[in-house]
Each structure stands twice: as structure tokens, then as C-alpha cells.
Design a binder for this molecule. Sequence first.
Ligand code: 4AZ
Length: 299
Amino acid sequence: MNWLCLLVLLATCGLAHGTWDNCGGLCGYRSVSYDYGAAAYQYGHYGMTRVVGGTGAREASWPWLVSLHHAWIPGTGHMCGGSLIHSQWVLTAAHCFDDVSNISLVYVMIGATQLSHPGPGAQIRYVKQLRTHQYYNNKNMKNDIALLELDYPVLCSPYIQLACVPDFTLRVSELVYCFVAGWGATSARASTSSDLLQEAPVHLIDLKLCNSSEWYSGEIHSSNVCAGYPQGFIDTCQGDSGGPLMCKDNIAAYYWVVGVTSWGEGCARAKHPGVYTSTQHFYDWILAEMAASPYGSAS
Ligand code: 4AZ
């Protein structure tokens, strides 16, 4: 069997646990290969420079990660992250739109790493429609998930690839290599976003522990995923919202987007890891919303 066949076979195995695609039949693949080595997963060995506690990502590192911009935000205009899950749909957080009254001021930058210099691999799309979850609650952050339909499909390239979304058959808690990435603040006190995409390895944290008394004491829902470190130090922060929590298992070459960055008490604090909306929990909702588009582009 040649390598191409093997790749197709692996991709087909992946699709058995969820997702839908139209980007050459693949999702979750990074066109450029990056070897972080085992040391990247040992707390304290990852370059504690700056997401919070991450490092600058290389070009095309996470080719499904997009930056949502708002025309009125000064500087780079970055507002939130998102994940390209279909050539015309971006998965993000509902709370990103809490203060947005005019969706035509929002646009999506796809295929960029440095926002001030997006480069020739980047594409920009406007929003045809926003679909926030009908039961999104901005007080307790339940159902913090939304979909954006883009005005035109993006073209896939080494810089632009689709994310894989897991259905209920994937055992997410068994995935061991997880990363967060985004253009959010690099410290809890910083109010500005980062020009260069930041990434960091994180661990999935058991929901019971995450919801225990010294942690989030009951604020975590069954539709959440917690990720980070008991000691803190490495975490998503303001501006990373809507972006992906991405995991893969030992052997697969592709990543699943298992969470959408939602909230946390502060950033990188001990016993207060990042809280993510579980994409697996909302798989059917995502599918139904895309299929129900009045424009019919995901049928
Ligand atoms: C935010 O405000 C935010 N530490 C995102 C993630 C986290 C905290 C805040 C997690 O967008």
C-alpha cells in the first residue's frame, strides 16, 4: 500500500468518529509537520514566555484556526478565535457576540499567523449569517457556542484546512496530546491581543475535579471540557475565546477540535483552568444548524 492510500485510510478512520468535510476529504491535518517532542508535555519545559505561558506559533501551524475581527476594534481588530469546520462555516463561542449589534462589521481572517502581516496564504471573508445557540445563557455560560456562515467558501491550501469535529463515539478523555492556540492576551493583566499566534500544550482535566469545591465549585456544566494545569501558569485568556482546544491520540496524525474556548476565572490561575464548550456534546446541533441554513450551502 502506498503512502497516499494509507493517508486516505487514516482519514477515513478519523471520519468514523465524526465530522464532515469538503477540503479534499481531510480534516485536522497540519500541512507542515511539527515535532514538539515529549518535553513539550512536561510542565515547565515549554518556554514560559508567554495564549498565557505559550510560545509563538510557526506559519500554518493550526490551519483551521481563524481570527474574528471587528471593524471598530483598534489595533489588529482581533475580537475572538474560531475554527473552520467547513469551507463556508466557522465554529466559535456565542459570547463573542454579546456586544456585537451589527454583524456586518465582523469579518474573518483565515490562514494568518501574524495579524499585522497576514501574508499571501490568508483569506478574508464576511459573515452571511450568525447562528448562536438558542439556549445560550450569558449568565452561567451554558451553551456558549455559535456558527458563522461565510459569504463565500474559502479555498483550502497548506495555510487553510478544516478542523475535525468529534461525534459521541470518540473517547475524548483518552486523547493525550492537546493544545490551545489563539491571539488572546498573553497575561491576565494584559488588555491587548497578541499580534503573533500563540500556542501551548494543555492537559484535559476531569470534570468532577474541575467542579470540586476549591476549583469551580459547581459552575461547570456536563457540556464543558476543562483543560490546563492544576498549578495554572499555562492557559487561554481574553481574546482566545471561540478558538479551539485541539487533541490527538498517540498514533493518529490529525487533531480533533474537542472544545471551544469559553471562559475561566482569570487566566492561568491554580485550580482555575480554562473552560471549553464540548464540541462533541454539540455535534448534532452543529450538523442541524448547518443543514438548516436558509442559503442551503452545507447540504
Ligand atoms: C475571555 O475572557 C477568557 N482562562 C477566555 C478564556 C479564559 C478566561 C477568559 C480561560 O475571553
